[in-house]
Design a protein around this ligand. Sequence first.
Ligand SMILES: Cc1cc2nc3c(=O)[nH]c(=O)nc-3n(C[C@H](O)[C@H](O)[C@H](O)COP(=O)(O)OP(=O)(O)OC[C@H]3O[C@@H](n4cnc5c(N)ncnc54)[C@H](O)[C@@H]3O)c2cc1C
Ligand SMILES: [Zn+2]
Length: 267
Amino acid sequence: MRINVLDHGYIQKIESWGSDQQIIESARMSTDKGFLGWGPFPCDKCTDGTQSVSLSDGWLGEGQGKTRVQVIQCQKCKGTQQVPGDERLLKFLYEHKHSTPFEFAGLTIEVQAPIFVYREWHRHRTQSYTEMSGRYVTLPNLFYLPSLERLQSAKQSTTNKQASEDGIALAHARIMQEQMRQSYEASREVYEFLLGQGLARELARDVLPVAQYSRMRASANLRNWLGFLTLRTANNAQYEIRVYAQQVANIIAETFPRTYALYVGSA
Ligand SMILES: Cc1cc2nc3c(=O)[nH]c(=O)nc-3n(C[C@H](O)[C@H](O)[C@H](O)COP(=O)(O)OP(=O)(O)OC[C@H]3O[C@@H](n4cnc5c(N)ncnc54)[C@H](O)[C@@H]3O)c2cc1C
Ligand SMILES: [Zn+2]
């Protein structure tokens, strides 16, 4: 399913691998124990599925064989039981930066975005990319035209050279938007003229602006995506990449809900 982003862009999940459970399994290679189970658990005495609440968590056993456990109490009969609490192990791994198990899960997405967004995105060198070739195909007649609201809030900041702030009047924003649109149209016209003259696509594209939409696939492990989210959902990231990063965050929240909750908790 494609999620629309900006005026002509989208993000689509292509595939994911691993899961919160498999992260635990990867971590447990060291103790040969595998996944033990998530809490909270229903009471083992009450048959109506009453949930238990956690009283404490700690370790059972010694040395290599020790297991993370929690003591839980039934909300109804007040009986206690000791159960594996793998959500505790996941939290422990995350908070103590035992990062490698989070590299055993991952995600591939397809992204349609303006080229200037890719300029920022491709700085994340530890992701893998493939992109539509402007040598091979005619680029789509799609350009990013900022909305009037975006333009109005995009006055060059005087305190932060990389930022924009409120302060452009609506009438002025309309003129700017129209100028941008005309400029894109003119570029496209020359591009198509050059192609029509038989010029190779690899050179004809030189006249296209960085607002030109392109398409790519990006693939990375979960640890890596969380690093990307930290940088690109932050307030100081440019709005146009932030809206893509927010959709990546939604996909990760759906696919790896427990890890994502830990990420949000620590952000
Ligand atoms: C708000 C914002 C503003 C920015 N402004 C600018 C700017 O003005 N100019 C500019 O050029 N860039 C700018 N960047 C890009 C930034 O410098 C990073 O290149 C980009 O965020 C990618 O981050 P990364 O290196 O952590 O990601 P990745 O390349 O994916 O690397 C992930 C991690 O792997 C390790 N790693 C990867 N490669 C190396 C290496 N060669 N050596 C050592 N460790 C490595 C590091 O631990 C790194 O954090 C900006 C980024 C943001 C978010
Ligand atoms: Zn009970």
